[in-house]
Design a protein around this ligand. Structure first.
Ligand code: F6R
Length: 250
């Protein structure tokens, strides 16, 4: 695992965006696994800038997203499909027909999980971007999700509902279920970039990357992936000892 510790969120975003931009430069038809939440916002802003500077084209790229809230769709501001449009897709030349998310409005969630899972089998991510929940979740794989899981419906934990309430008028408006890629779908990516910033993530980062590999901390599965880049800011890395850091990059 390559580890970078940057001074702040902005610097962490720059390096994550550089990794993704370089991936697309080297492979214009790359399959990008994308994430939502507050962490990727600065990363996507840097990717949009690279596109506007004409350094890169996303015209041939295909994308798959990690997750979507059950019950929310394109017309809902808080849906992840609308987040992706607002923060990335509407500002670059990606073909929207090549962008995929689970459909939170599906009338049959089990069938939708099967459909998304099959899609993922035909679209192995060249690179998967991840954030981490303060409880160690990746995508919406909450603690104690089996490492063998594939796309499934999840009941969000109270911790996640509380954390995500900041995006909604109030906590009662946060959907209680989501559709999420499973941990095996994430591990299938050829390469993973995980960005962890802020002191509220320090314990999760420590448990995930310095603790034992355990389903109680879903992100700890990443210790078993052959190609992970972990990008933290100083606040998130405060429980890491400098001796254990492989690369320090200021
Ligand atoms: C989002 C996702 C989640 C977030 C995590 C951190 O697609 O899958 O795992 O990455 O909840 O969210 P933020 O970045 O808002 O702290």
């Amino acid at each position: 695992m390559k580890t970078f510790i940057k001074s702040d969120y902005k610097e962490a975003c720059k390096i994550a965006a550089d990794i993704i931009v370089n991936k697309v430069k080297n492979n214009p038809s790359a399959i990008l696994g994308l994430a939502t939440g507050s962490t990727p916002i600065g990363i996507y802003a840097n990717m949009v800038q690279a596109y506007k500077r004409k350094e890169i084209s996303f015209a041939k790229v295909r994308t798959v997203n990690l997750d979507e809230y059950v019950g929310l769709g394109e017309s809902d501001n808080q849906s992840y499909v609308s987040f992706m449009r607002r923060n990335l897709f509407d500002h670059i030349d990606v073909d929207l027909r090549n962008t995929y998310l689970p459909n939170g409005k599906s009338q049959n969630l089990e069938v939708e999980c099967e459909r998304y899972n099959e899609l993922l089998q035909s679209m192995r991510q060249d690179i998967q971007l991840l954030g981490i929940g303060s409880n160690g979740h990746i995508a919406f794989n909450e603690p104690n999700t089996p490492f063998t899981s594939c796309t499934h419906v999840v009941n969000l934990t109270q911790n996640t509902i509380k954390d995500n309430a900041r995006f909604f008028p109030c906590a009662a408006d946060v959907p209680t279920q989501a559709l999420t890629m499973g941990l095996s779908n994430i591990m299938n990516a050829k390469e993973i970039v995980i960005v962890v910033t802020g002191s509220n993530k320090a314990q999760a980062a420590y448990d995930a990357f310095k603790g034992s590999i355990s389903e109680s901390c879903p992100a700890s599965i990443l210790q078993q992936h052959p190609s992970v880049t972990l990008i933290m800011d100083n606040d998130a890395a405060r429980l890491f000892s400098l001796r254990t850091v492989l690369h320090k990059h200021q």
